[in-house]
Design a protein around this ligand. Structure first.
Ligand SMILES: Cc1ncc(COP(=O)(O)O)c(C=O)c1O
Length: 357
């Protein structure tokens, strides 16, 4: 096996045992004599795969299936930007603007109703998390993005929104840490960063709120109620990606659950931020405030674009890939999701120190 050190922002590194299980299931699944990709989504094996995956999601989030339901939808996290206002915005909603993805979400909201930007970090090219929020107590919901993949910021603490329903895009840090998931009415994430391959979006939705919030006139496929009523099988769902998600959830559990994964993520991020902060400004952290720093996407700059290109090229020669910053901000970005091994981060830190000297 010749696997490189993958620091890609997504699709991203997956755990080797998960890939091994996917390899096996690509040929023959559960003694069924065929691949998981060749089976009817209505077969009892696949229905039970979906049930098991949902039970694992809720268990890891410490949520009850009496209160929450899990959906597997198409269209990426980007489809959720549209479905959320189409289903839940009656008059106006609050959005926190912390970057490109948050902005895309609020742009869809504006196509449906009034958007109140409750806080924004656009003034400093999104290199920090706002601390003051101008929430409207009458808003239909509050939407924010936990982890800003491009800039390397994250909202550490869940904002206090009172009784207003809370929606969160967790695409780039889903299940990377323990938090009070019961504070959310809807959580969504494209699978392709922390929990699986691209092709499916995980949605965790509070049943009581979903039942109340239907709006007239929506297209069938754009209603949450359609997918809840059909257990995510109104259309043919992405069975193989769901299989991989379930294997990833089982892997998270075998690693000790979210507390253990969070501890390792903090450790990995700490190694990189220490290398940056102790480099005599050779490396400059893109995010100055330590509390705002992502543990998933570590972003930094060197003195010039030329130096950054040289850094990335030399890292590639040492089998470290995916370190180029997003095209909109440049610089270097190391994405170190759950499945990124500590050894990959240690190697990167060693290379950073060698390159500097
Ligand atoms: C935080 C965040 N939200 C949304 C998206 C868009 O996801 P998708 O490509 O699944 O629509 C991304 C993609 O990188 C992201 O990082």
């Amino acid at each position: 096996m010749n696997r490189i050190h993958n620091f890609s922002a997504g699709p991203a590194v997956l755990p080797v045992p998960v890939l091994e299980a996917a390899k096996q299931a690509s040929i023959e699944y559960n003694g069924c004599g065929m691949s998981v990709m060749e089976m009817s989504h209505r077969s009892k094996e696949i229905v039970s795969l979906f049930d098991e995956t949902s039970a694992n999601v809720l268990e890891l989030m410490n949520l009850s299936s009496d209160d929450y339901t899990v959906l597997y939808l198409g269209g990426g996290a980007s489809m959720q930007f549209a479905m959320i206002p189409l289903n839940f915005m009656k008059t106006s909603a609050d959005y926190i603007n912390t970057g490109v993805w948050a902005k895309k979400a609020l742009a869809e909201g504006k196509l449906v109703g009034n958007v109140n930007v409750a806080a924004s970090s656009a003034d400093k090219n999104f290199n920090y998390i706002p601390k003051e929020f101008n929430f409207d107590p009458k808003a239909d919901y509050v939407h924010y993005t936990t982890n800003n993949t491009i800039y390397g910021t994250r909202v550490k603490d869940i904002p206090n929104v009172g009784d207003v329903p809370l929606i969160c895009d967790m695409s780039s840090d889903l299940l990377s840490r323990n938090m009070d998931y019961s504070k959310f009415d809807l959580i969504y994430a494209g699978a392709q960063k922390n929990i699986g391959p691209s092709g499916v979006t995980l949605v965790v939705i509070k049943k009581s709120w979903a039942a109340k919030a239907e709006k007239e006139g929506n297209m069938t496929m754009l209603k949450y109620s359609t997918h809840i009523g059909a257990d995510s099988m109104f259309n043919t769902p992405a069975v193989f990606p769901v299989f991989v998600i379930n294997e990833t959830l089982k892997w998270i559990k075998s690693e000790g659950g979210l507390d253990a994964v969070e501890k390792r993520n903090d450790h990995k991020a700490g190694l990189l931020y220490d290398a940056i902060d102790n480099s005599n400004s050779f490396y400059k952290a893109a995010v100055a405030n330590k509390d705002d720093r992502s543990t998933m996407n570590v972003t930094f700059n060197l003195e010039s674009e030329e130096k950054e290109s040289e850094f990335i090229k030399k890292a590639e020669a040492l089998n470290m890939s995916g370190l180029k910053g997003h095209r909109s901000v440049g610089g270097v970005r190391a994405s170190i999701y759950n499945a990124c091994p500590v050894e990959s981060v240690e190697l990167l830190v060693k290379f950073m120190n060698d390159f500097r000297s």
